[in-house]
Design a protein around this ligand. Structure first.
Ligand SMILES: Nc1ncnc2c1ncn2[C@@H]1O[C@H](COP(=O)(O)OP(=O)(O)OP(=O)(O)O)[C@@H](O)[C@H]1O
Ligand SMILES: [Mg+2]
Length: 216
C-alpha cells in the first residue's frame, strides 16, 4: 500500500466490492472485502465517489481510536477516490426509532454524546448529526454500541462556537427520539435550548430512568 502522508492509498485490485449499503445525494456506500495481505482479509465499507477524499480521510485519521468512529483503512487509487472504512455492525438510529425502540435509542444517544465529546476535544466537528448517520448495534452480551457515520461535512481545528452546532444537532435528534413517549414531555421541555453535552447526558439519563420505570 502506498501512503499519501499518513493516509494509505489502496489499489483497487486488493478491494472486492459487494452490495450497496446506502446511497445519499453525493455518494454510494458499498460493503466490501479488503486484502491487507495474502492471509488477512477484512470486511469494509467503501464510500464513493468522495469529493474531498483526502480531507475526509484526514478527519477520520485524526479520530482513530475514538470509540464510536469507523476505522479508516485508506483512500482508493480510483478517480475520484473512494474512502475505505471498517464495516460497522448495526442498524441506523432512524430505523430503530421507526420501530419504536425508544429505550435503545436513548442508550445509543448517551453513547453518541460521549463520541461527540471526544471529537470536540480533538478539535473536530461533525456537522451532520442526525438519526440517519448513527449506527446502533447490540452485542450478544447486551452492550449497546453507537457509531457516528458520514464525516463529509466534518471540520478539523474548530472552536467551541462551531462545536455548539453539533450539540444542537444532538439535542434536535434527542427531541425527535423522545417525542415517542408522552411520559417524556418534561425532559423534552428541559432539553430545549441546551447547548452543552453534559446537560444533554443528564437529561437523557433522566429519560432512561423514566422509560425503565414505565416498562417495569
Ligand atoms: N463504516 C460503515 N459501516 C457500515 N455501514 C456503513 C458505514 N458507512 C456507511 N454505512 C452505511 O451506508 C449508509 C450511507 O452512509 P453515509 O451516511 O456515510 O452516506 P450518505 O448519507 O448516503 O451519503 P452523503 O454523504 O451523500 O449524504 C449508512 O446509513 C449505513 O447504512
Ligand atoms: Mg448519511
Amino acid at each position: 500500500m502506498q501512503q499519501a502522508g499518513d493516509i494509505p492509498v489502496i489499489k483497487q485490485k486488493f478491494l472486492k466490492k459487494g452490495r450497496l449499503l446506502g446511497s445519499g445525494c453525493f455518494a454510494n456506500v458499498y460493503k466490501g472485502k479488503l486484502a491487507l495481505s495474502r492471509h488477512q482479509i477484512v470486511r469494509v465499507a467503501v464510500k464513493e465517489p468522495v469529493n474531498d477524499a483526502e480531507k475526509l480521510a484526514w478527519v477520520l485519521h485524526e479520530l482513530q481510536g475514538v470509540e464510536g468512529v469507523p476505522k479508516l483503512y485508506g483512500v482508493t487509487d480510483a478517480t475520484p477516490p473512494g474512502l475505505v472504512m471498517g464495516l460497522c455492525r448495526g442498524v441506523v438510529l432512524q430505523a430503530l426509532w421507526e420501530s419504536g425502540e425508544v429505550e435503545l435509542c436513548v442508550v445509543a444517544l448517551v453513547k453518541l454524546c460521549s463520541t461527540v465529546r471526544h471529537l470536540h476535544a480533538l478539535g473536530v466537528t461533525h456537522g451532520d448529526i442526525h438519526k440517519g448517520n448513527v449506527l446502533v448495534d447490540v452485542s450478544d452480551e447486551g452492550e449497546v454500541e453507537a457509531t457516528l457515520l458520514d464525516f463529509g461535512l466534518a471540520e478539523r481545528f474548530t472552536d467551541a462556537t462551531r462545536q455548539v452546532d453539533d450539540v444542537r444537532e444532538v439535542v434536535s435528534t434527542a427531541l425527535q427520539v423522545l417525542a415517542w413517549s408522552g411520559q417524556l414531555c418534561g425532559v423534552r421541555r428541559s432539553l430545549h435550548g441546551v447547548e452543552d453535552l453534559d446537560s444533554v447526558e443528564v437529561l437523557l439519563a433522566e429519560a432512561l430512568s423514566i422509560l425503565q420505570a414505565v416498562s417495569e
